[in-house]
Design a protein. Structure first.
Length: 194
C-alpha cells in the first residue's frame, strides 16, 4: 500500500509505528498517529471509532519445505511436540495464539522460541523446522510468502476482526482518507464472513 501510494504521490511522507496494539492505542489517543490497523479481540473504548475490514481465521504455519505440508489433514494435537515459535503469552499476539490451543482443548505447547518479532518467526519458519500460529491474511498480504505454508489443520472458529481504528471526533487528513480507501480496496477480497 505504501509502495503504491508513494509511487502515485511521491511527495507523501509516511510515519509507520509498529507494535502490540496495547502500545499503539496511547499513540492514537495522543494524536501522534492518525489511524491504527489492528486485530480487535476485546471491546474498544468509546473514544475510538472502529471500522471492521474483515474477520480472519488463525492458521498453523511452517516453512514450505516442511514434510507436514504434504499431509492432507493434521490434528493440532499431533503437532504438540514440534518446535514452536509463538508470541509471549503476555503479549497480544501470544494471547491470540494461546486461544487457538485453548479453543482446541489443548495446553500451549512447549515453546522453542518466544518472541514478538514477526521477522524472527518468519526466518525460523523458512527453515522448515518451526511452526507458529498466524492470522491467515498474513500469508497473502501484502503479497504471498513463497517460503511459508499454512498446514491443513482443522482449527475451531477463531476468526478475529481486522479493523481500522481512529480517534472519534478527529477529522482525518485527506491523505489518511485516501490511505483508508486503498486499504479497503486491497482487503475487499478478504471480506468473506465479515
Amino acid at each position: 500500500m505504501i509502495d503504491r501510494l508513494s509511487r502515485q504521490y511521491p511527495r507523501i511522507t509516511f510515519h509507520v509505528a509498529t507494535g502490540d496494539s496495547a502500545a499503539l492505542y496511547p499513540q492514537l489517543a495522543a494524536r501522534s498517529v492518525e489511524l491504527m490497523i489492528s486485530r480487535i479481540t476485546n471491546p474498544v473504548s468509546e473514544e475510538y471509532s472502529v471500522d471492521i475490514l474483515f474477520r480472519d481465521p488463525s492458521v498453523v504455519v511452517t516453512g514450505a519445505n516442511n514434510p507436514l505440508c504434504r499431509r492432507r489433514k493434521i490434528a493440532l494435537a499431533e503437532l504438540m511436540n514440534e518446535p514452536w515459535a509463538l508470541g509471549p503469552v503476555d503479549s497480544f499476539s501470544g494471547a491470540v495464539q494461546a486461544e487457538v490451543f485453548r479453543a482446541s482443548g489443548l495446553p500451549i505447547p512447549r515453546l522453542t522460541v518466544s518472541t514478538v518479532s514477526v521477522n524472527l518467526r518468519n526466518e525460523l519458519l523458512a527453515t522448515g523446522r518451526f511452526l507458529t500460529v498466524f492470522p491467515s491474511f498474513s500469508l497473502r498480504l501484502p503479497r504471498r510468502h513463497p517460503s511459508l505454508r499454512a498446514l491443513r489443520v482443522d482449527l475451531p472458529d477463531t476468526r478475529i476482526a481486522i479493523a481500522i481504528v481512529t480517534l472519534k471526533n478527529r477529522t482525518l487528513s485527506p491523505i489518511v482518507e485516501l490511505f483508508i480507501d486503498k486499504v479497503r480496496d486491497i482487503t475487499r477480497p478478504l471480506v468473506r464472513g465479515r
